[in-house]
Design a protein around this ligand. Structure first.
Ligand code: NAP
Length: 213
């Protein structure tokens, strides 16, 4: 579905000016993760102040932006992650972190307004139980099961990030205001792209990897 290049042509309507207060590496980490998170948290779920939002894979590239956008909207945010990411998530203003390796999130939370699912599969199926009636499940992985959504009386949607001048502009302004921080854990020269893919496929990355030409 894509590739890597030192130069490419892009439709102007798919771009926005990068934030002024970050370098090219941090700015490059934002478009896919930022648009995916913004489509889910801001557009589809339309998270409101005081709502309870559960983010699965909160420390991942998309999750780390989703939790920050939900906080910008004034929500209380709960994130799932393994132990090594707990301090990191607390620094990113998550209100409660659940260790998915030692705890079942269903035992820790209920009446959730919005679940933002970056894991899918069984995690997504178990998530219906923690939503309040009328709540919203946003998946960026497995396409939600319409039958389960009806059974639990919730709205379930799937996000597929589409290039968006509007959403990139919103994210850029939030980064400039220090309300959203891009998270880049690794950078690799383009020649080491295999290393980057292996790390990503391990499924336990914090934030994003950026390739440098
Ligand atoms: N729909 C779209 O447009 C779109 C766009 C971008 C990405 N995606 C997809 O969204 C998913 C997430 O992508 P990503 O780049 O944010 O992250 P990722 O690199 O796929 O995931 C890494 C994170 O997942 C966490 N994790 C792994 N298993 C978990 C579990 N069972 N419960 C909770 N957290 C778990 C890890 O935390 P620990 O290390 O603490 O375990 C790690 O921080 C991927 O499947 C990706 O392909 C979709």
């Amino acid at each position: 579905m894509g590739g890597y290049a030192e130069y490419t042509t892009v439709n102007e309507s798919e771009l926005a000016l990068m934030p002024k207060n970050v370098d090219f590496i941090k700015a490059a980490s934002l478009p896919v993760a930022g648009i995916t998170a913004a489509e889910g948290i801001l557009d589809l779920a339309d998270v409101q102040a005081g709502q309870l939002v559960l983010v699965h894979a909160a420390a991942g590239g998309v999750g780390s932006i989703a939790i920050q956008l939900a906080k910008v909207r004034g929500a209380k945010v709960i994130g799932t992650a393994s132990k090594h990411n707990h301090e990191f998530l607390k620094e990113l203003v998550v209100d409660l972190v659940i260790d998915y390796c030692s705890q079942k999130f269903e035992d820790c939370v209920k009446n959730v307004d919005v679940v933002f699912d970056g894991v899918g599969g069984a995690t997504q199926k178990r998530s219906y139980k923690v939503l309040r009636k009328g709540g919203v499940l946003i998946s960026i992985t497995t396409v939600p099961d319409a039958h389960l959504a009806k059974l639990y009386s919730v709205k379930a949607s799937h996000v597929w990030a589409n290039p968006s001048h509007r959403l990139l502009g919103i994210i850029s302004k939030l980064v400039d205001s220090d309300l959203v921080k891009p998270v880049v854990t690794y950078t690799f020269p383009l020649g080491q792209v295999q290393k980057a893919h292996k790390l990503s496929e391990g499924g336990h990355l914090r934030g994003k990897i950026v390739l440098i030409p």
